[in-house]
Design a protein around this ligand. Structure first.
Ligand SMILES: Nc1ncnc2c1ncn2[C@@H]1O[C@H](COP(=O)(O)OP(=O)(O)OP(=O)(O)O)[C@@H](O)[C@H]1O
Ligand SMILES: [Mg+2]
Length: 596
């Protein structure tokens, strides 16, 4: 498939270099250390389990030796009891380890995922605008499950296999120096080779496959979000082909990935055979010379079987750990990414006074725009003033609102509200004092009641109904199947555009913020409803600062001041009457068009 074809679908957030293995490991370690006592217990039980595991072949060897000497010399039952006792201890210890891991890992997963959510939530609107929501979802869920795999693998498999392999190797070396040295060398080579391959052969392909996997998630969510558009153009087949191509893109990378896994097994198999041939061969030689008993040979074979089992496990587990590290690396990277719009350290909360808004010499341009949208922009809105913003589409009206809320940071100058620079106070406290009815209100798939109370979650039902009545939403809400308890569908799709707007207006009214902003808030309402809602807006904006953005001039006739925007500048300002009086003015032209 042609890569360029889907170039535009890639996330265009400044692509971050993947973190190093060590950085991901240290993130993982921090997760483990969330519950240090439980973590300690897992490590201890893991070591204990492994220790018992190693002693079993020794006990087996001992039992065989006792049997070999014949019944007369020594009773075999004590050796038998040790052998079986160890097996029971092994299972008890393993149970303790796993039972401890269940509450430990499930709690860490819940914490880690919630923290990732909180972190991503803090990223700027710009970051989100440039990122597929579906990819983020995929990365976080993938990382959550990777944590589970990696923790179990690391402590239940990887660590034991390292200890067993070295433990047995060392035990052998103590008995037969060269047998031990040989075994240890094969194992050391085997481990180093595996780690190197994991890092340089497996990892890059893992990352490529994961990137495709995230892309798949992004594409899936994007297509589902736009399903109404897809259906209205009857383009299901086209979307299917598009997704199919992406899925096969992923398939190509995943196939390579898995093939690399199997390729590395070849090396592992070679090492296992080398160990088998060497160990058993050495012991047979020693036995021929009379330097080893039959029990020693049995020990060597049991030890080899144990070691080869652990080697195979080690090989697979190194790959699993590497894969999981690569899967968790996105969450680790989120964790390291600084917030794009950040509260200053110890920033105080915003203290509302009277609702004065001032822009002083503001320069601002969106990332990627060639020229600044605002240059040396100055404006002062008095407390309690009702200001209307009008102007052609794309002239920067909604941007003005975003800057008041500090959804973007300006390049130069100051935006001040009640004398406080928006950068000096916490973002959340600032935004809580500004009620916004956005251009395209998005509701949550929760009840209407919760949606209205979003800005004041503790509001009682009476206050909610009152706000809805003022926003002229009460009647249609009462006609819904479950009234205020009706769920509105994802993003509010079960409501009409005008209904959604009125819910958003009710939400703003209820929030009781000193600054109210209506961005095309009534654009979807019929004339009669709009008039009613405007009356309500006039009531609720009493004594508050209000910014009203509208294309329909009827909406703004009564504003104290009308600002006419053009290409990020205020080209005219005054009351409706003053502005219509200017023959050649932009506003007068717009008004004339509206009347014609
Ligand atoms: N997130 C963004 N990234 C880059 N450019 C943007 C972004 N948001 C808006 N713009 C651009 O900034 C300009 C001003 O947009 P803005 O939304 O402020 O216009 P507006 O006056 O509200 O228009 P409308 O009346 O259509 O709502 C437009 O040219 C728009 O394309
Ligand atoms: Mg706009």
């Amino acid at each position: 498939m042609d890569d360029d074809l889907f170039e535009d679908e890639h996330e265009d957030v400044p692509s971050q270099k993947p973190l190093k293995n060590l950085e991901v490991l240290s993130f993982l370690f921090a997760q483990w250390m969330r519950r240090p006592i439980m973590f300690g217990a897992i490590v201890v039980f893991s070591l204990l389990t492994t220790f018992i595991d190693i002693t079993i072949p020794i006990a087996a060897g001992h039992l065989i030796d006792v049997l070999n000497k014949g019944e007369a010399s020594e009773s075999p039952w004590p050796a038998y009891a040790v052998f079986i006792g160890l097996a029971i201890a092994l299972h008890a210890s393993r149970q303790a380890m796993v039972r401890n891991e269940i509450p430990f890992s499930s709690a860490n997963m819940a914490d880690m995922t919630s923290e990732a959510f909180a972190k991503v939530q803090k990223f700027s609107l710009d970051w989100h605008a440039n990122t597929f929501a579906g990819s983020v979802v995929r990365k976080i869920t993938r990382g959550m499950w990777a944590y589970d795999t990696i923790t179990a693998t690391f402590w239940f498999s990887l660590l034991p296999s390292i200890l067993v392999m070295f433990g047995l190797g060392i035990y052998m070396a103590l008995n037969w120096v060269w047998v031990g040295v040989y075994g240890l060398s094969v194992i050391a080579f085997f481990m180093v080779a595996n780690l190197v391959l994991a890092q340089y052969y497996i990892r890059p392909q893992n990352l490529r496959a994961n990137a495709k996997d995230s892309e798949l998630g992004g594409a899936l969510a994007d297509a589902m979000t736009g399903i109404a558009t897809v259906k209205s153009f009857g383009s299901e087949a086209r979307e299917h082909t598009r997704f199919y191509n992406l899925a096969w893109d992923w398939r190509a990378e995943a196939k390579k990935n898995w093939t690399r896994f199997v390729n590395t097994w070849l090396l592992q198999n070679a090492c296992v055979v080398a160990l088998q041939a060497g160990l058993v061969g050495f012991l047979i030689l020693l036995w021929q010379k009379g330097n080893a008993s039959a029990g020693d040979v049995v020990f060597a074979i049991t030890a080899f079987m144990l070691m080869s089992g652990y080697m195979r496990r080690f090989g697979e587990e190194v790959q699993n750990v590497q894969r999981s590290l690569d899967e968790i690396q996105d969450i680790a990277a989120y964790n390291q990414t600084p917030e794009q719009i950040k509260d200053k350290p110890k920033a105080p909360k915003f203290k509302p006074v009277s609702g004065r808004i001032e822009f002083k010499n503001v320069d601002f341009g969106y990332e990627g725009q060639e020229t600044l949208l605002y240059e040396g922009f100055n404006l002062s809105i008095e407390p309690g003033e009702k200001v209307a913003l009008v102007g052609p589409t794309g002239s920067g009206k909604s941007t003005f609102v975003k800057l008041v809320q500090r959804l973007y940071d300006i390049n130069n100058g100051h935006v001040e509200i009640d004398g406080q620079d928006v950068r000096d106070v916490t973002q959340a406290s600032l935004r809580r004092h500004i009620a916004l009815v956005p251009q395209d209100p998005v509701l949550f798939h929760r009840s209407i009641e919760e949606n209205i109370a979003y800005g004041r979650p503790k509001a009682d039902h009476k206050a909610i109904v009152e706000a809805a009545e003022r926003a002229r939403a009460h009647d249609f809400i009462m006609n819904l199947p479950k009234g205020y308890k009706t769920l509105v569908g994802e993003r509010g799709v079960k409501l009409s555009g005008g209904e959604r707007q009125r819910v958003a207006i009710a939400r703003a009214i209820l929030s009781n913020a000193p600054i109210l902003i209506f961005d095309e808030a009534t654009s979807s309402l019929d004339n009669e409803t709009e008039r009613q809602v405007q009356e309500a807006m006039a009531e609720v904006t009493q004594g508050k600062t209000a910014i009203i953005i509208a294309h329909r001039l009827s909406t703004i006739r009564d504003a104290d001041r009308i600002l006419v925007f053009d290409q990020g500048r205020i080209v005219e300002q005054g009351t409706h009457d003053e502005l219509t009086g200017r023959e050649d003015g932009l506003y007068a032209r717009l008004a004339a068009l509206a009347n014609s």
